[in-house]
Design a protein around this ligand. Sequence first.
Ligand code: ZN
Length: 252
Amino acid sequence: MNSGVGSLFVVSPHLDDAVFGCATLLASPPGATVCTVFAGTPRAPQIQPWDAAAGFSDSSAAMRARTREDARALARLGARAIRLPFLDGQYGELPSVRTVARALLACFEPLDRSSLVVPLGLRHPDHLRVADAWLALLRTRAVQSCIVYEDAIHRTVPGITAARLDQLSAAGLRVTAFDASWTPQRESTRALRLKQLAVRDYGSQLQAFGEDIPADLSEPEHFWRVEWPRYQGASFSPRERDISDALSATLS
Ligand SMILES: [Zn+2]
């Protein structure tokens, strides 16, 4: 390992987000674990607009094909897959923050000395649920810090990334941007080419986004380190305190 971050445990809300948001990081060097949160298949097949736009007859066909796409992309990048059985928002009610946080911790904790890499949490409710889960893990000191990647495609809403970073800072988190000197191998021809190929593996999702390949997927990836420097005595909002207290009770 020469990335300076050790092995990576990368959390992906859906079957594509980790590759769309940080494939060059996954590629340099290979050996990461990608844990997809909303990889479950509804027991009774459903017909939803997103799946129809992606070319599928129902949710069973969609999740089968999307899992295959994901397996191909991650194999290309030399990453190992963990797929959690939670249903994404189009299929029903999201799991609670606590449930997601506990599931992530159960997968991450045995991987001694790995870096936890998570999505910033932009726009999509499923992404926000995952972000609430890693925030809860930080808040309870279940993890000390996260590397945060920008949610590709969702980040194209003007000002959304800056607003989210401001929100994290305002909540008392220490947010530090990584500059170009961090993992410079991400800029290698090899890493950029592997990302291009891996993105194309998600053909059904690219179809649903309505363009051959959304232009944003060729734009640079952005990363930050996020830490919670003042857990003891910090002033939380009532909602943050609920999450924190509930997690403290169940994680201890
Ligand atoms: Zn997503």
